[in-house]
Design a protein around this ligand. Structure first.
Ligand code: HEC
Ligand code: HEC
Length: 294
């Protein structure tokens, strides 16, 4: 065996080893990154890791509370496990104001990876999933006004998302009928304070990365900025204290028309009254002039 050939073989083997190691590392990182992205898009709206509860429990150290097998079974079909009467599931469900965690597509294949991610993030001082910092600065009229403009689309969304009005209505907006995709979620007047959107923190985190299918599709690539979320929450909070749902456009037009009809009647009657008064004043003048011989 000639040494150069041997060395060439050795070099090739080393190269193969290095390449395959690199591939493994890159692939591992890709999985981790992919899982983090998946968590951001599907879980972060309802869960923090170390930032306190939102509409779902804080997931910090969840793998110490329950074993992996149970957690994966739960995540695949939360409602089935809760409704089966499982004691632990019943408890976290009651603590979450009886909001059912949705069964999310893709969870089944990623169960282990998601738990690895949650476990790793739980060990960090500051997880990247600590949740949106939500100020408790009181809302101002300015905030509420801006929120309404964003809702109506008179103020454009910075990342270019569609205006809320194209699919939703509020007590002080017309309904355009665009939100018929999910009719019961079309009017949002009373949404703030409902169990899934129970307070400022939960609602802000939900809006920042909405997990429901249509909202996700509409905003995944056009995320709302922290300022936009702040203004919208101000508007929604105020609406929930004031209004009932918006009336359909037809009802509003009918109302407007009845108003118009009223106005027309009024104009005619003023006219009649005015004419009578005019005659009442003019007649004697004319008569007086006539007697003076003009
Ligand atoms: C719409 C809100 C919502 C979304 C989105 C959501 N969850 Fe949940 N999750 C909940 C709620 C609420 C509970 C408490 C049980 C219940 O009421 O269903 C829960 C419970 C859990 C639990 C058990 C927590 C504990 O303390 O034992 C885990 C684990 C979990 N969720 C993981 C996830 C993961 C991973 C995702 C993303 C793939 C996700 N959840 C998406 C609302 C949500
Ligand atoms: C393309 C249509 C569309 C647009 C634009 C849209 N939404 Fe939605 N939204 C929906 C649909 C459909 C649902 C029902 C859940 C789902 O399928 O995602 C929904 C659900 C919601 C919910 C949850 C309602 C509930 O009862 O839990 C909130 C809150 C919400 N949208 C806020 C907004 C805000 C704020 C904007 C504007 C920044 C907006 N949406 C823009 C279609 C839209």
């Amino acid at each position: 065996m000639s040494p150069p050939l041997f060395r060439r073989c050795e070099a090739a083997a080393t190269l193969t080893l290095v390449v395959s190691l690199l591939v493994a590392v890159v692939a591992g990182e890709a999985v981790a990154q992919d899982t983090a992205d998946y968590f951001r898009a599907n879980c972060k709206a309802c869960h923090t890791i170390g930032g306190g509860p939102l509409s779902g429990p804080d997931l910090k150290d969840v793998t110490e509370r329950k074993d992996r097998e149970w957690l994966i079974r739960f995540m695949r079909d939360p409602k089935a496990v809760i409704d089966s009467g499982d004691e632990y599931a019943q408890k976290i469900w009651k603590d979450s104001r009886e909001v059912y965690m949705p069964a999310l597509p893709g969870v089944a294949e990623r169960g282990e990876e998601l738990l690895n991610l949650i476990e790793a993030e739980s060990k960090l001082e500051q997880s990247q999933f600590k949740g949106l910092p939500v100020s408790d600065r009181p809302f101002t009229d300015e905030d509420r006004k801006k929120g309404r403009q964003i809702f109506l689309g008179t103020q454009r969304l910075e990342a270019g998302g569609a205006a809320c009005i194209s699919c939703h209505s509020m007590h002080d907006t017309p309904t355009l009928g665009g939100g018929r995709l999910v009719p019961e979620k079309s009017d949002l007047t009373q949404v703030f304070g409902q169990p899934e959107h129970r307070d400022r923190k939960a609602f802000s985190n939900w809006l920042a990365d909405p997990p429901s299918p249509n909202m996700k599709a509409a905003f995944r690539d056009h995320r709302l900025t922290a300022d936009e979320v702040h203004a919208l929450v101000a508007y929604f909070e105020d609406a929930s204290k004031r209004g009932t749902a918006a009336q359909p456009v037809v009802a509003r037009i009918a109302f407007l028309l009845s108003g118009l009809a009223g106005a027309v009647v009024l104009i005619f009657s003023f006219d009649a009254i005015w004419k009578r008064r005019f005659h009442a004043v003019r007649r004697p003048l004319v008569d007086a002039n006539a007697t003076r011989g003009h």
